[in-house]
Structures are given as structure tokens and as C-alpha cells.
Ligand binder design. Structure first.
Ligand code: ZN
Length: 299
């Protein structure tokens, strides 16, 4: 097995995790958790989402979160998710370094998420890139592998979206296993197809651990050449528009595995475990990660 010497991790807990917590998390608490995560060495954080606050009330303070973080930190990249042009505009106005614009590979999931067809979303992406100016646009593709309603997603859908994205000039491509049902073989096969089609592409992989295959999928993805992953502190996460989606791979589980394999992450696992404990204290949700359970055993 061949592994890369270094992996880039984007922390998505403050977006993917918080958006699934019903009880309001005060802005101050959200910012505090992000501070703790930055102390551990995380350099890229998906801090919030510019969605309709009626649909996802937890993200109503998106602008305040980004503005405050940008005033405080100059060496961390803050990214925000946006499902439509209006959200992208607000994210740019607030000062996000990068905006993740989402187009699902599954037609049905894309419609549930954005009320648009994939073709309409692609047209929207053209507009998004035009208004972005200096702000980077990441094209995030949920349900890259499987859809909660329609099953296995055709690879052609993924290829079509990536082709369009690269043609209009997005800076990153994100591939999401939104419902955590992909397996290592599926991951390797898809990445091999994409490598042939887009030899220079280095996608960001976003795995959910719903069926316990998150870390196995990371290994498969690294074998296929992937070096960028999105994870969430304490394994928080899900998808409000995908029934059955549960948490992401826990950041601490991935860091523990990679550092043990002498693959650099730039993240201090001891500090990260402290951040996990503190996050557990301030949030009213269970923290489900292997490392958190291991910590409970030793304390
Ligand atoms: Zn997710």
C-alpha cells in the first residue's frame, strides 16, 4: 500500500454538525468551539452555511460568524456553504475566503436540497463564478455515490457536474458520501474513473460514517491518490434533506489514524481531544467518535 506523506483536513463540524442540532447554539458558543479547533492546528474550517434561516434556523447567524472570524484570524481559511446565488452573495459580503456551492449528483436529492434540476443548478454555478471576484468557489457534490431515494448515482452525473465546474473555473471539487453508504471498492472505482477523465483533479472527499465505513473509505481514497478530506469534530453531522444521514468521520478519528501511520496532518491530537471534551460539555448532543469513547475509558 502506498500512502501520501501529508493530508489536508477541512473541519466541517461548525457547518455540517451544527446545522443538524435543533436546539439553538449561541453564536458565542459556536465561535468558542471554532477557536478551540484552530488551536489544534486546523487551517481550514467550514464555519457556517448561508441558507434560508427559515429552513435551517441554526445558521441564522452565518454573517456574524464569518465576520467575527475574519477579524480575528488571518492565517485560517474560512469557508461557507451556500445552496443558491443569494447565499453566495451573502457569504462573499460577509468575507468568506471560499464558498462551497452545492449541486447534488442525484437529481432527486438536488431537487430536495435546492428545488432545482441539476441543469438549473449548473446554470446558477455560471452566475456564481461570475460574481465571485477574488473569492474561491468550491463545487461541492453531495450524493456522489448513492442517493437516499434513488440508490446508486450514475457516474455520468458526477462527470457532467465536474466538467461544467472546471470549465467555468471553480477552485475545488468536493465529493460527498452524504448518507454514508459508499464502500471502499466504490470509492476506488469512482476515483480511478475520475483520474482518467480529469488527470489534474485533486478532489476533496467528504465521507459520513453512518455504516462504519468512513475510515476504510479514506484508505481506499488515499490508495487512489486523494489527499484532501473533510471531517467533523466529535463526528457531528448529517443532512437535513437526506433521511438517514448521520455524522461525518470524526476529525479526531482521522487524525489519530493518519498520525499513527506517520502521515502528517498538522493537527495536535492531544489538543484536539481536549477540544472534543470541551465541545461535548457545551453542546447538548452526544459525541460519537471512537477516540471520544477511548478517552472516556481512560478517564
Ligand atoms: Zn455532510
Amino acid at each position: 500500500m502506498k500512502f501520501p506523506p501529508k493530508i489536508e483536513i477541512t473541519e466541517v463540524g461548525p457547518r455540517d454538525g451544527f446545522q443538524n442540532i435543533k436546539e439553538w447554539i449561541p453564536t458565542e458558543t459556536k465561535l468558542k468551539i471554532i477557536d478551540w479547533l484552530i488551536t489544534c492546528g486546523l487551517k481550514k474550517i467550514e464555519a457556517t452555511s448561508f441558507v434560508n434561516p427559515k429552513a435551517v434556523p441554526q445558521m441564522a447567524d452565518a454573517a456574524e460568524v464569518i465576520t467575527t472570524l475574519k477579524q480575528k484570524y488571518s492565517d485560517v481559511t474560512f469557508t461557507a456553504l451556500a445552496p443558491n446565488l443569494r447565499g453566495v452573495r451573502s457569504a462573499i459580503e460577509a468575507g468568506a475566503d471560499e464558498v462551497a456551492y452545492i449541486i447534488s449528483a442525484s437529481e432527486r436529492h438536488n431537487f430536495e436540497n435546492t428545488k432545482q434540476t441539476i441543469d438549473q443548478s449548473l446554470e446558477g454555478l455560471g452566475e456564481v463564478v461570475k460574481i465571485a471576484g477574488g473569492t474561491k468557489i468550491m463545487l461541492a457534490i453531495p450524493t456522489t455515490f448513492n442517493c437516499p431515494w434513488t440508490g446508486k448515482v450514475p457516474v455520468e452525473n458526477v462527470i457532467k457536474i465536474i466538467e461544467y465546474g472546471l470549465a467555468v473555473g471553480v477552485s475545488e471539487i468536493g465529493l460527498g458520501d452524504t448518507i454514508g453508504s459508499a464502500n471502499p471498492l466504490q470509492v476506488e472505482e469512482l476515483l480511478d474513473i475520475l483520474k482518467l477523465k480529469f488527470p489534474l483533479l485533486s478532489p476533496v472527499l467528504h465521507f459520513h460514517d453512518t455504516r462504519g465505513m468512513g475510515l476504510a473509505n479514506v484508505i481506499a481514497a488515499m490508495q487512489a491518490g486523494a489527499t484532501k478530506f473533510e471531517t467533523s469534530v466529535g463526528g457531528l453531522g448529517g443532512c437535513p434533506f437526506a433521511p438517514g444521514a448521520s455524522g461525518n468521520i470524526a476529525t479526531e478519528d482521522l487524525v489519530n489514524m493518519l498520525e499513527g501511520m506517520t502521515i502528517q496532518t498538522g493537527i495536535d491530537i492531544e489538543k484536539l481531544m481536549k477540544a472534543v471534551s470541551r465541545t461535548k460539555e457545551v453542546l447538548s448532543v452526544p459525541i460519537i467518535s471512537h477516540m471520544a469513547s477511548a478517552l472516556d475509558c481512560v478517564v
